[in-house]
Design a protein around this ligand. Sequence first.
Ligand SMILES: [Zn+2]
Length: 269
Amino acid sequence: MSTETSQDRLEVLASIWAGNARATSNEFFELYKDDPDAARLAGYEVEALRTAAAKVARTGYGIPLATRLPLAQWARRLELDMEDKRVSVRTSREVERMINVGRTAPPVVSGFPASVVSEAVRRLTERNADLSKLAHRSPRPARWRQAPSAKLLWAPVIAADEAEVAIVAILSATRGEWLFSLSSKSRMYTHSRHGWAKNEEDRTYVAGLSDIIDTVGGVIESHRGGGGRVYLTRHVVQCAECRLVIASIEEPYTTGPKAVGRCSASRRR
Ligand SMILES: [Zn+2]
């Protein structure tokens, strides 16, 4: 537990501010002693204060670096950082839980041989190693058997072995058809509703964990021109908005209706 008091933090706040403004801490207290933003900022951990201050100073916001660090922007930046941290922590716990279910409850990944499931769990554990970065982990590179192109007569084909398909099953919050969504900020997540998960707390971000899911993120982006939902099955990826097949896995999908051009369903946020 931290033993810092709010007064200590105010002192640190003043020194960070003064360091940035090339001013004195006294000036800070003079200017901001009754400022509600200063009181808000003093409620945060020192490390978080420093990180947010550095970000505000770096981006500048059109403010010369050697002037006062604007408290309201500092506080806003800090709140965004805290929200990111909450999303990371919640997401990493949820992914860990899913890996454990995959490891201990084979029915979740029924139909896959035990050796495939254990390989899937091994890859997931390795990719999930840095939990702190989960909310903002970079997607894995797209993996194609046949990449999207104007000449392609069928939906593009994603390259994936059975263990990668089992990973999709483990990471999905829905059964049978595995639903995943691309957020408006181009981040793939899973959620237990078949509708749209508007609230952050209903989303589990899964970028960087699966070759298939990350490749599908790019497919949704070009099909939808933004975010959208997809159903994955073992063999095809179907747009959940227009119901057309937008990609297949390992084998070309040549038999049924597939997406040609952009999605006809409406945009979502
Ligand atoms: Zn569509």
